[in-house]
Design a protein around this ligand. Sequence first.
Ligand code: IMP
Ligand code: MG
Length: 422
Amino acid sequence: MPNTILIGAQWGDEGKGKIIDVLTEESDIVVRTQGGNNAGHTVFIGKEKYVLHLVPSGILRRGKLCVIGNGVVVDPVSLMGEIEGLRQRRVKVEGNLVLSETAHLVLPYHRELDAQRELLKGKHKIGTTKRGIGPAYGDKAARTGLRIVDLINPPRFEAMLRQKIRENNEVLKAFGAKPLSFAKVHAEYRAAGDYLKAFVANTVILLHEATQRKARILFEGAQGTFLDLDHGTYPFVTSSNTTAGGACTGSGVSPNRMDRVVGVMKAYTTRVGEGPLPTESADIADMLHAMGREFGATTGRARRCGWFDAVATREAARVNGIDELAVTNIDGLDTLETIKVCVAYRDGSAQYDYVPNDIEVLSRCKPVYLEFPGWRTSTHQVRRWAQLPLKARQYLKAIAELTEARLSIASVGPDRAQTIFL
Ligand code: IMP
Ligand code: MG
């Protein structure tokens, strides 16, 4: 398939990093189109573990061009650190990474504002990653943001940054927070600008030319459907469009150039941060955490865990137009006697087969479960569909059917080899 959009069908951390890595093999170009260094994509290559935040994971494969598109918000200092980290591990970045001129910048005042707003919200906080993502996209929408083109134009950057720091210091003072030093921020970000300059290009033109010569492009989504600014559990969302449409606006590649949408989902559900999670269950959380699983790649936070939520994934299939499903972390359920799947929500006498938009209603919703017998055997060594225990196959078929999409990949562990193609 030439152009593939890969998205998360739940609340992020579906194991996209690994599936992206697998699909990269059949791609020439990998593009990030939204989010920022709030994302954490974990990829294992042999025994080596890589966690990527801004750089597409395609960078770990030889000869793949990686693009950070216009829809991404970039903290230049953080990106520089990530590139340096890759170089130290002998990953070739030069010539393989391109950064959009029109990507917006995340600056220290965005991080400060993110933290201060969360503090002010107290128990109503969103539980952000505190990477400044919301305030950076806020500036973008308010048309007061700085972009990569500005960063690499020293006099313009200086003037714009001076103005922004002056303005934001007033806001920070009102919060009772420490103001930022223009000189310090300027020096640090100018240095990062010099470092990144060689990677900067007009990525819309680059991708347009690539589609004309029929290069195969993989659009790697970050976060997940229910963290989408429009379609997620607002306000407990991130500030970008994590759904399939975001791949178009965030790259400048038009919808009619897209050939397929792959949705990635876990065989159960997790969420980091606050907000409703109808199938949340202490039992499954304790079990997964005791196995050493489900700790955040970016913040190290223990993820909240729950049973598979087919009401949510069915909605994700619709919003994203999912053609194919990749189900990950199947091995996480290996020891269970009974596995529950949510097929509807109930709130008093009302029953829902879709996710209600009113966050108060959603927070009250109780899941209606179907139960499946567990397979109670390790799936780690399984490499083919037919080798999977029958009960595991039945479970996977059921969750794909309930999601109303076709199962195409099943993953039984973090390694590339632990991938089953249907
Ligand atoms: P922000 O994106 O840092 O503003 O955080 C907003 C919400 O999205 C919080 O609940 C975060 O925990 C969540 N979030 C942001 N990035 C990710 C991710 O990559 N995986 C999972 N959750 C995320
Ligand atoms: Mg993650």
